[in-house]
Design a protein around this ligand. Structure first.
Ligand code: UD1
Length: 366
C-alpha cells in the first residue's frame, strides 16, 4: 500500500521550501501518494500564484482558502478546515515547513488526531517570544515526530529543550535546494532591464515584520534610515502588502514616495527577486529567508532586527544584525560601498541535496 503524505504550504516563504520536497517525492510515485495542501494564508497573485509558476509547483490538491485574519482567528480557521481534511484524507504523515501560522495550526491538528508530523526547518530560535514566528517554531517542534534541522544551532536548541535526539536530523536547507536548482531561470530574469538597473549599482530593501512596520514611531525611525541610505545608493523596495498597508495607515506614503532614489515596487516573483538580490550591492531586510539566500549568493545582508534565529548566517555567512540603529547601518553601508564586505562561506549541507536527505529518512522510516 502506498503511504499517503500531506505537504502544507500557506504563506510566501513556504513555497520555496515545499517545491524541492514535492520534486523529490515525485521520483517515488510508486511508494508515496503525496498531496499538496495550500491553506490560503497568502492569496494575492504576487504572494502566492507566481511562486507556483516560477517554481513549477503543481496546483494544490486541496485549497483551504483561509485568507487574512487576526492571529487567533487565522490559526483557528486553518485548524478547523485542516481537521476536516485530515479526517477525510487519513494521511500517514503530514509535513509542515517554516514558522508561519499555517505551520503551527496544522501541527496542532496532527497532534490532536495522532497523525505523524514532520517539521522541515526545525530548531531555529530567536529567543524572542514577541515574534509570532518564535511561538510557531516552539509549538511545532514540540509536536513533531521528525525534526529536520537546517543549521547546527537547531540541533543544540532542540537538545536543550529536551527533544529526543532520535527525532532530530541535520538535513540542511531546502530553500537553498530551490535557489540552486532555479539558478538558470534566475540568471535569465530580465528584472534589471525592466527596472533600468545596473549590476551592483543599487541596494534592495524588504521590510514587513510587525515590530518594524506596525507602529508609526518605528516606521518614522525606518524612514530616517532609508533617507540617509538613499543619499548614498539607489534603493529598490518590493513592498509587502502588510508594510504598504501600515505606511498608508500612518500617513507616511507621501514622505516615502518623495525620496528620489527610493523605488517602491510591487512584490516580485521568485526568479526576479533572487536576481535583483544577486546583483545588488547589499540587502537591507527584516526577513528570515533572505538572510540565508544572501549568504549563499555572497551578497552582504544588513538585518533590521534585534536578533536572528539563523545564527549561521552571521557566524559563517554575510549577515550583520543592525536592528534600527542608524549609526550601525550607515557605517556598514559605508564600509560595503568602499569594498570592505563580509564574504562568508556557505554553511554545511546547504548544497542542494537537503530535500533528498529528508525524503530518504521518511522512506526508510515510514
Ligand atoms: C507571514 C508570516 C511571516 C512571513 C511572512 C512572509 C505569520 C505569523 N507570519 O507574515 O513569518 O515572514 O508571511 O510574507 O505567519 N496580505 C495581503 N495579501 C496576501 C497576504 C497578506 O494583502 O496575499 C496582507 C493582509 O492585509 C494581511 C497582512 O498582509 O492582514 C499580513 O498577512 P499575514 O499572512 O497575516 O502575515 P505576514 O505579515 O504576511
Amino acid at each position: 500500500m502506498k503511504k499517503k503524505i500531506l505537504i502544507i504550504a500557506g504563506a510566501r516563504p513556504n513555497f520555496m521550501k515545499v517545491a524541492p520536497l514535492i520534486k523529490e517525492f515525485k521520483k517515488l510515485r510508486r511508494s508515496f501518494n503525496v498531496k499538496l495542501v495550500h491553506t490560503g494564508q497568502h492569496y494575492d497573485f504576487e504572494m502566492s500564484e507566481i511562486f507556483f509558476e516560477n517554481l513549477n509547483i503543481p496546483e494544490p490538491d486541496i485549497y483551504l482558502g483561509i485568507g487574512s485574519h487576526t492571529h487567533a482567528a487565522q490559526t483557528a480557521k486553518i485548524m478547523i478546515a485542516f481537521e476536516k481534511t485530515v479526517s477525510k484524507e487519513k494521511p500517514d504523515l503530514v509535513i509542515v515547513v517554516g514558522d508561519v501560522n499555517s505551520t503551527a495550526a496544522c501541527a496542532l491538528v496532527c497532534a490532536k488526531l495522532h497523525i505523524k508530523l514532520a517539521h522541515v526547518e526545525a530548531g531555529l530560535r530567536s529567543f524572542d517570544r514577541q515574534m509570532p514566528e518564535e511561538i510557531n517554531r516552539v509549538v511545532t517542534d514540540h509536536l513533531s515526530d521528525y525534526l529536520f534541522v537546517s543549521e547546527k544551532s537547531g540541533l543544540k536548541n532542540l537538545k536543550r529543550e529536551g527533544v529526543s535526539e532520535k527525532k532530530t536530523y541535520f538535513a540542511g536547507n531546502v530553500m537553498i535546494d530551490t535557489l540552486l536548482s532555479n539558478m538558470k531561470a534566475i540568471v535569465r530574469s530580465g528584472v534589471l532591464n525592466r527596472l533600468g538597473l545596473e549590476r551592483k549599482g543599487y541596494s534592495v530593501l524588504t521590510l514587513h515584520r510587525p515590530k518594524n512596520v506596525d507602529l508609526k514611531k518605528t516606521l518614522n525611525e525606518i524612514y530616517d534610515i532609508i533617507r540617509s541610505v538613499s543619499r548614498k545608493i539607489n534603493i529598490i523596495y518590493p513592498i509587502h502588502p502588510r508594510a504598504k498597508m501600515m505606511i498608508k495607515k500612518h500617513g507616511l506614503l507621501k514622505k516615502f514616495k518623495a525620496l528620489k532614489t527610493l523605488t517602491m515596487i510591487d512584490p516580485l516573483g521568485y526568479n526576479d527577486f533572487i536576481k535583483l538580490t544577486k546583483e545588488s550591492r547589499f540587502v537591507l531586510t527584516d526577513s528570515g529567508g533572505i538572510q540565508e539566500e544572501t549568504t549563499v549568493l555572497k551578497v552582504p545582508c544588513l538585518t533590521m532586527r534585534e536578533n536572528t534565529e539563523r545564527p549561521v548566517t552571521v557566524g559563517k555567512g554575510t549577515n550583520i544584525i543592525v536592528n534600527r540603529s542608524g549609526k550601525k547601518i550607515l557605517s556598514s553601508v559605508n564600509k560595503i560601498l568602499k569594498g570592505h564586505r563580509k564574504r562568508g562561506i556557505v554553511p554545511e549541507k546547504w548544497d542542494g541535496r537537503s530535500a533528498k536527505r529528508i525524503v530518504d529518512v521518511i522512506k526508510k522510516d515510514l
